[in-house]
Design a protein around this ligand. Structure first.
Ligand SMILES: [Zn+2]
Length: 443
């Protein structure tokens, strides 16, 4: 990729030194006796060994009938899979969607919370993602460039966290949502101004561009049905982003804007709930590798979890949209569209709740896991680096207690996340917290 921020070495996981990382120097680590979910359409291996050196996977092999090599860490049948990817998060110090996470609101009479406390909330979020086995997140919109700030803090080693890809600000037409989402948005009108809005995000350091192809279901004044941008406007966004080597994610609810987004060549469709009405569009997405991020959880949030907090008209709309989102999940799967997991909810670290919903919506557990690994990697344009356990890939890995193929809820249970490796470095998991680590060579 041409864009300066877009190499794995400059992202979060590429902490330059990491002295305790396996294989950062000569030390190699072999994980042995794992049930292995390689991802990307490979069969599951019941007993496998994976070797890591230099932050990357160097060897994957069948361990059936073989003795563990000296110094290998025996996983005792635990499941090893690629680090999970959440393709639709909003990193934010505003934890309104995450009750119980972050500081409680001040009581009457207490001084207001200093704004700067938000930075600590972001750091806590970053650690919460890792503890849940989420090694990469794609931020699709934050206030005040918080995602860019967190990405930099992680890169500099000030806090452990997932690899962060940020869109900078969301590019939107001048719209009612701009009054609600304030600094999360960059409003622009007309092809030239939209082009400039895209360039501004690259100037900020964005890894990709997020554009509002339709209005948002969470804003009373917006109709999520029609396209919110004209064709020349959306075309300018996609052209400019692609010319500069970054991908485009489109918020797309109604069919009008979704159709325009697919036709104009965006790379991912966010929400996309109306697509079940348009099998030809799903066919086109499958053919071109456009990834769908269904974000089922967000419809449950608006229709159920936070129903008391939203305007009734939006709650009623979300109930309809929730049904549509599940219909689209099924139709997209049937059409062969690549899916990615996007929680679009909180608290940080509960992301695999989306996987549970995908399975409830009819996806086999292995397909749901693919959405959170290889599918996510495709959505982010990182399929050459992460999302699969294969030689040459970055050693972003998760080891879980139990079998997520038998019960995908294993992945949403923090107590079952045994070890999380990021670029070969053990960064989280019960093995680290409970003293089951260090183990392995030369330790
Ligand atoms: Zn969102």
């Amino acid at each position: 990729m041409a864009h300066g921020q877009s190499t794995p070495e400059t992202w979060g996981a590429g902490r330059p030194t990491g002295g305790d990382g396996y294989g950062m120097g000569q030390r190699a680590l072999t994980l042995w006796g794992a049930r292995l979910v390689e991802g990307q359409g490979h069969q599951v291996r019941e007993r496998a060994g994976v070797t890591i050196a230099g932050g990357r996977i160097t060897d994957v092999r069948d361990a059936t009938g073989e003795r563990a090599p000296d110094g290998a860490v025996d996983l005792g049948g635990r499941t090893l899979l690629p680090g999970l990817i959440d393709a639709h998060v909003h990193l934010s110090s505003d934890v309104a969607r995450s009750p119980g996470f972050g500081p409680p609101p001040p009581r009457k009479g207490e001084p207001p919370r200093p704004r700067e406390l938000g930075y600590f909330v972001l750091a806590n979020s970053a650690r919460a993602f890792l503890r849940a086995g989420i090694t990469t997140v794609r931020d699709v919109g934050s206030y005040d460039d918080e995602a860019l700030l967190l990405r930099e803090a992680i890169r500099l080693g000030l806090v452990d966290g997932p690899r962060v890809l940020s869109c900078g600000r969301i590019v939107s037409a001048t719209a009612p949502g701009g009054r609600i989402f304030t600094t999360m948005y960059r409003e622009a009108d007309g092809p030239d101004e939209l082009r400039k809005a895209v360039r501004e995000q690259l100037r900020r350091g964005a890894d990709f561009v997020k554009v509002m192809a339709t209005g948002a279901r969470s804003v009373v004044g917006e109709d999520p049905e029609p396209a919110q941008l004209t064709r020349p406007e959306l075309r300018a966004v996609v052209e400019e982003a692609h010319r500069m080597g970054v991908r485009v994610a489109a918020h797309a609810e109604g069919l009008g804007g979704t159709r325009l987004a697919v036709e104009e060549g965006v790379d991912t469709i966010e929400h996309g709930l109306s697509l079940h009405h348009a099998p030809e569009l799903l066919g086109r997405m499958a053919e071109r590798g456009v990834v769908l991020v269904p974000t089922l959880s967000t419809f449950h949030d608006l229709a159920e979890r936070f129903a008391d907090e939203f305007a009734p008209v939006l709650v009623a709309q979300a109930e309809r949209q929730r049904e549509e989102a599940y219909r689209t999940l099924a139709a997209a799967t049937a059409a062969g569209v690549v899916l990615a997991m996007g929680h679009d909810s909180g608290p940080p670290g509960d992301d695999a709740a989306e996987l549970v919903r995908m399975v409830e919506g009819g996806l086999p557990p292995l397909a749901a896991i693919e959405a959170a690994t290889g599918g996510g990697a495709r959505a982010l344009g990182l399929q050459d680096e992460v999302g699969v356990v294969a030689p040459g890939k970055l050693a972003d890995l998760v080891v879980v207690d139990g079998d997520p193929l038998a019960d995908v809820r294993v992945l949403s249970d923090r107590a079952r996340i045994w070890l999380v490796l990021q670029g070969g470095r053990p960064v989280a998991g019960q093995a680290l917290e409970g003293g089951g680590w260090p183990a392995g060579p030369e330790s």
